[in-house]
Design a binder for this molecule. Structure first.
Ligand code: F6R
Length: 615
C-alpha cells in the first residue's frame, strides 16, 4: 500500500519520480505528490488528489525541477484522500519533507506530545508526526538528518517505511524500514541512486539493487548507500542483480494490465514448469527449496497461510498436497493465523503464498510459524521480497511483475507450483510411484497448451459475459477442488465490477442460501468432468428449478450440461488436479468483460491497492 520513490543524481528528479510513481500506482491511487530540492535551501512540493495523471497535470501547470526528490502515491489509512493529507508532508520550518508507507500506531499519543511542544499539524495523517519529530531533533538539537531521523524513528510503534529529504543536507536522502510495512529497495545507477518501495519503479534505470531489512536505515547519496541498524551501527549488505525485464511491466497493445496478465498465463506457466521437471524420471526439483527425503518424511502437517487470491490458491493446494503427498494440510487466512494460536511445532511446515511477498498479515503469520519453531516455506512472485527472504526455502512464481490490482497470473502460477510441490513430496515420501509421477508430469507438460486453447475462446466467454452486465448479484458454485475456483471467480468479479458475487460450496446451498435464488439472481456453476461431476449436475438442477439463470463451466462436448444451463463456458478436457488452472481463466475473462462493459477502471478498482502492507 502506498508507493514511495526517491532520486538523487545529476538529472532533474521530476520526470524520474513521476515515471516511478506511474509504475507504483497500483499500490494506491487516492492521491499523489512529489517534493524536489529546487535551489539553495528550498524544497518545493506538488500534490494532487486522485490518480497520478492529476499530479502530472498539476506539475505541468506549475513546473518545478531539481534534485534530489521524493514522491508518493497514497492508499489512505489515516485521513481522507485530500490535498492536505497527500504526501510528501513538510515540517513546520518547511525544510524537511517525508513520504511514508505504513501506520504509526501510537500517532495520537505522539501528536499530543508534539502539539504540546508547539508543533502545528496541517493534515489528519499519522505521517505528519514523523516529520515533526525529525524537525524536533534536526532543528531543535542541531543533529544531522541521519541522526535526527534515527532518533525520531525510535518513537514510532508499528510497521513503517519512510524516505526523508532536508534542505540543509541536499546531498542525501535518508530512508528506513521498520517492520513489514512494505519494502524499501535501493537502486544503483552511474553517479545516481534511486529508492522505491517496489522493483517496477527501478527497472527502467537499473537492475542492481539492495533491499532494506526491517529495522534498517540507509543514507543514500549520488555515489552509493550506507546501511545502518536503528542503533546507528553500520550493516553489511549485498547488491543483487534482478532478472526482470522492464518491458514486462508495460501494458503494450493491451487495453488493461489485467487483460495482458490474463494472456501472459501461457508463458508464465511455461516458465514456471521449465527447468523444474524431468519428464523421463517424473521428477521435480526447485532451485531454492531443498528438501531431503528424511525431512519430507518427517513433516507432520503443512499449514498454508495467505490472503485473498493467494489464499484461494492455498485451498487448491490442500487437495493437491493431500492427494499427492498424503500430508495433512490446513489452510488459514493469514489475518487470523497469528491470533488463532495455531498448534504448530518443529515438525510442521508453514507455507506462505504471496504475489508481493510483502502482505503484512502473511508476513506476521510467517513470524508466528518461526516463533513456534516450524519450517518456513514460501511461494512468492516479487524477487527479493520480505517473504522470500524470511523463508527457509522458496518457490518463485516466474510470471514477471503483476501490475493489475486483480491478481490473475499470480493465481495460476502457484497452483502449478503446489502441484509440483506435491509431486516432489510424493516422491520423497514414497507416496507416488515412478510411473504415477511420469504420468502426472506428462499431464503438467500439456497444461500451457490447454490454457492457450482456453484463451483462443476468449470471444465466446466475452459473448456470454455481455449478457450478464446489468446483474446485481451472482453465486459461484463449486465442489471439491473447484470450491476454491468458485471463491476466486466471485472475488475477481466483485473486486473489479462491484457486483455482489458470492463463492459458495455447492452442496451447502440447500442449507440456507438457496432461499436467495430467483430469476434475476444467476448462478455460475463449475461442472467440469471430475469426481464431483454428478453431484454438481444435481446442484444445477436445483438452481434451475428455483428459476435462477445458470451459466455452467463445463468440459467440451458435455451435452447434459448444455441441456440444463442457459449458457455454457466450455474448457478443453483437463486432468482434474490441474483443472483449477483451465477453469479459472474463463472466469477471469468473464469478470474483466463485465467490468469493462460497465466502464470501470479494472486495473485500479476503488478502495483497493496491490500490496496490502497494513494489518
Ligand atoms: C485479489 C488480490 C488480493 C491478493 C491479496 C494477497 O485479486 O489480488 O486478494 O491476492 O491481497 O496479496 P499477495 O499475494 O501479494 O500476498
Amino acid at each position: 500500500m502506498c508507493g514511495i520513490v526517491g532520486y538523487i543524481g545529476p538529472r532533474d528528479a521530476v520526470p524520474i519520480l513521476l515515471n516511478g510513481l506511474r509504475r507504483l500506482e497500483y499500490r494506491g491511487y487516492d492521491s499523489a505528490g512529489i517534493a524536489v530540492y529546487t535551489g539553495p535551501g528550498e524544497i518545493q512540493i506538488r500534490r494532487n488528489v486522485g490518480k497520478l495523471q492529476g499530479l502530472v497535470e498539476a506539475v505541468e501547470r506549475e513546473p518545478i525541477s531539481g534534485s534530489p526528490g521524493i514522491g508518493h502515491t497514497r492508499w489512505a489509512t489515516h485521513g481522507e484522500p485530500t490535498v492536505y493529507n497527500a504526501h510528501p508532508h513538510r515540517s513546520q520550518s518547511g525544510r524537511i519533507v517525508v513520504v511514508h508507507n505504513g501506520i504509526v500506531e501510537n500517532f495520537l499519543e505522539l501528536k499530543a506530545e508534539l502539539v504540546a511542544e508547539g508543533f502545528t499539524f496541517r493534515s489528519e495523517t499519522d505521517t505528519e508526526v514523523i516529520v515533526h519529530l525529525i524537525e524536533r531533533y534536526l532543528e531543535g538539537e542541531n543533529l544531522s538528518l541521519f541522526e535526527a531521523t534515527r532518533r525520531a524513528l525510535r518513537h514510532l510503534k508499528g510497521s513503517n517505511a519512510v524516505v526523508v529529504m532536508a534542505a540543509p543536507e541536499p546531498d542525501k536522502l535518508v530512508t528506513a524500514r521498520l517492520g513489514n510495512a512494505g519494502g524499501i529497495t535501493i537502486g544503483y545507477g552511474q553517479g545516481e541512486m534511486f529508492i522505491a518501495s517496489d522493483l517496477p519503479a527501478l527497472l527502467d534505470h537499473t537492475r542492481e539493487v539492495a533491499f532494506l531489512e526491517p529495522g534498517q536505515m540507509a543514507v543514500v547519496t549520488r555515489d552509493g548507500a550506507r546501511l545502518y541498524t536503528l542503533d546507528g551501527e553500520p550493516v553489511d549488505f549485498q547488491v543483487t542483480t534482478v532478472p526482470w525485464d522492464p518491458v514486462a511491466a508495460e501494458k503494450g497493445e493491451y487495453r488493461h494490465f489485467m487483460l495482458k496478465e490474463i494472456h501472459e498465463q501461457v508463458r508464465g506457466l511455461t516458465d514456471t514448469i521449465a527447468g523444474r521437471v524431468d519428464v523421463e524420471q517424473g521428477r521435480v526439483r526447485f532451485l531454492h527449496l531443498d528438501i531431503s527425503p528424511q525431512q519430507a518424511r518427517g513433516i507432520r502437517k503443512i499449514f498454508i497461510t495467505a490472503c485473498g487470491t493467494a489464499y484461494h490458491a492455498g485451498l487448491v493446494g490442500k487437495t493437491l498436497l493431500e492427494r499427492l503427498a498424503r500430508i495433512p494440510v490446513e489452510v488459514m487466512v493469514a489475518s487470523e493465523f497469528r491470533y488463532a494460536d495455531p498448534l504448530i511445532g518443529p515438525d510442521d511446515v508453514v507455507l506462505a503464498i504471496s504475489q508481493s511477498g510483502e502482505t503484512a498479515d502473511t508476513l506476521a503469520a510467517m513470524e508466528e510459524g518461526r516463533r513456534k519453531g516450524a519450517t518456513l516455506w514460501a511461494i512468492v512472485n516479487v524477487i527479493g521480497s520480505q517473504a522470500m527472504r524470511m523463508a527457509d526455502g522458496y518457490i518463485s512464481m516466474q510470471v514477471g511483475p503483476e501490475i493489475s490490482v486483480a491478481s490473475t497470473k499470480a493465481y495460476t502460477a502457484p497452483l502449478v507450483d503446489l502441484y509440483m510441490l506435491g509431486l516432489l513430496l510424493g516422491e520423497l515420501r514414497g507416496t507416488l510411484s515412478a510411473e504415477q509421477r511420469r504420468r502426472l508430469v506428462d499431464d503438467l507438460m500439456h497444461l500451457p497448451e490447454l490454457v492457450s486453447e482456453v484463451l483462443r475462446r476468449e470471444d465466446d466467454y466475452a459473448a456470454v459475459a455481455r449478457q450478464y452486465v446489468p446483474i446485481r448479484n451472482i453465486f459461484y458454485l463449486g465442489r471439491g477442488i473447484h470450491m476454491a475456483t468458485a471463491y476466486e471467480g466471485a472475488l475477481k468479479l466483485k473486486e473489479i465490477s462491484y457486483i455482489h458475487a458470492e463463492g459458495y460450496p455447492a452442496g451447502e446451498m440447500k442449507h440456507g442460501p438457496i432461499a436467495l435464488l430467483e430469476p434475476d439472481f444467476p448462478v455460475l456453476a463449475l461442472v467440469p468432468q471430475d469426481p464431483w461431476y454428478e453431484k454438481m449436475l444435481s446442484q444445477v438442477e436445483q438452481a434451475k428449478s428455483r428459476g435462477a439463470p445458470v451459466i455452467a463451466l463445463a468440459t467440451d462436448g458435455d451435452e447434459r450440461v448444455a441441456e440444463l444451463a442457459d449458457h455454457v463456458l466450455y474448457i478443453p478436457p483437463t486432468p482434474w488436479l490441474l483443472a483449477p488452472v483451465t477453469a479459472v481463466v474463463p472466469l477471469q475473462i468473464f469478470a474483466y468483460v463485465i467490468a469493462t462493459e460497465r466502464g470501470l477502471d479494472v486495473d485500479q478498482p476503488r478502495n483497493l491497492a496491490k500490496s496490502v502492507t497494513v494489518e
